[in-house]
Write a protein that binds this ligand. Structure first.
Ligand code: GLN
Length: 408
């Protein structure tokens, strides 16, 4: 008997990881930082490792200290007191938190609506749990010059038409990866009205909630009238504390939704990385006094400015993100030689896979092809874009910006 495994395509992160790219390539691809968490947070992790209890299993709900810190930090922005026993579930990164929600609620054939482009992990997370993804595009405005996240909009008739008797859930990702769109209150109200009308569960992926710029308001859909009861909100310590490798995230919602999520989480991972939960707790506990998140936003605005300036000088069209740490560059005018030696693993992928490969090999800056964030049928829309991350220090971004000028 031969064991062939599932015919899963190689994921985009593995294709564009450092092992495949030139050694001196500046990595603006997968979203992780080239700087570490704040010193006091690292010290908290060291302290936790020296202690005995945090070296062992946490409660499957998550360590109490972290749940308390989450309740205190997030409570005001949800406009309610969060119950640490019944309304917070700590997960092994936001990914696993989302996976657990799908495991907890999807039955074979249930449909999950997601806006395109979508963070690629949603797709396997839904289908592995028997769900069927249903795609509703965000439409970029057709106008000259640069776009902003606000220019990518939902057609609400289209959204309504996507809803069927099998629709179970809708995913709202704000701030949005990869567009950088921060959904407005009005937009979320319209989506919420449809979720109520058709009794949909809402998965609010808000892992970039602490990275919102230009004085935009981050609105949690869970805080709109009637939405708390049907919404789970997912957050991430990795994004909050420049610690993507810790794999600590959380899911916040009403007891009726957290109970099944806890049951799923317990069976998938039992409990999450304990020492790093302690460190995340300390980060949240001290954030306010240290003005940590305010400072971090300013730093990211500076980083964003460096890359935006590089794209302006280059004269290529892009979308200004109001949140997250990604910029979409329109690569439709980029010239790629037909006879370029592309590796076989790019066969059958969109033009953007080749463009990102070409840019990485020729000028030494890696990015992520955006057709991976679209379903197969809509590759032709996604392949117009490459995603560049600005979660790097200023010097690295400046260097990347200079290299990008060679694309002129
Ligand atoms: N969220 C990150 C990104 O979009 C990391 C991707 C991942 O989890 N594989 O770059």
């Amino acid at each position: 008997r031969l064991f062939t495994g599932r015919a899963l395509a190689t994921d985009v992160w593995s294709i564009y990881n450092a092992a495949n790219l030139p050694a001196d390539c500046i990595n603006l691809g997968q979203g992780y930082m080239n700087f570490g968490p704040p010193k006091y947070v690292i010290e908290a992790a060291e302290g936790a490792l020296r202690d005995i209890a945090p070296n062992h299993y946490s409660h499957p709900k998550g360590r109490l200290r972290l749940r308390e810190a989450i309740a205190k930090h997030y409570g005001p922005s949800f406009g309610r007191e969060l119950d640490v026993e019944t309304e917070i579930q700590v997960s092994s990164g936001a990914n696993e938190g989302q996976y657990s929600v799908f495991t907890a609620f999807l039955e074979e054939g249930d449909e999950v609506i997601m806006f395109e482009p979508f963070f690629d992990q949603y797709l396997p997370s839904v289908t592995f749990n028997g769900g069927k993804p249903v795609y509703v595009p965000l439409h970029p405005a057709d106008k000259p010059g640069r776009l902003t996240g606000d220019d990518w909009t939902v057609d609400y008739d289209e959204l309504r038409r996507a809803i069927t008797p099998r629709s179970k859930m809708i995913i709202i990702n704000t701030p949005h990866n990869p567009v950088g769109k921060v959904f407005s209150r009005q937009e979320l109200e319209k989506i919420a009205a449809l979720a109520e009308e058709f009794n949909l569960l809402v998965m609010a992926d808000e892992v970039y909630d602490c990275l919102v710029y230009d004085d935009k308001e981050h609105v949690r859909i869970a805080t709109l009238p009637g939405m708390w009861e049907r919404t789970v909100t997912v957050g991430s310590a990795g994004k909050a504390f420049a610690a993507t490798g810790w794999r600590v995230g959380w899911v916040i919602g009403p007891p009726s939704l957290i109970r099944p999520t806890l049951a799923a989480c317990t069976r998938i991972v039992f409990s999450s990385n304990s020492p790093m939960q302690e460190a995340a707790a300390v980060g949240l506990e001290q954030a306010r006094e240290r003005k940590y998140f305010e400072t971090q936003v300013k730093e990211y605005e500076e980083r964003r400015a460096v890359l935006l300036d590089a794209f302006d000088r280059l004269g290529m069209k892009y979308t200004l993100p109001h949140g997250s740490y990604f910029i979409l560059l329109d690569i439709s005018t980029l010239k790629i030689p037909d006879d370029y030696p592309f590796p076989a693993m790019l066969d059958g992928r969109g033009r953007d896979f080749k463009a990102c490969w070409f840019i990485a090999c020729e000028i030494g800056v890696s990015s992520i092809p955006v057709s991976e964030f679209y379903c197969h049928e809509h590759t032709s829309i996604g392949e117009k874009y490459a995603r560049f991350g600005f979660c790097k220090d200023l010097e690295t971004l400046r260097q990347a910006g200079e290299r990008l000028q060679k694309l002129k």
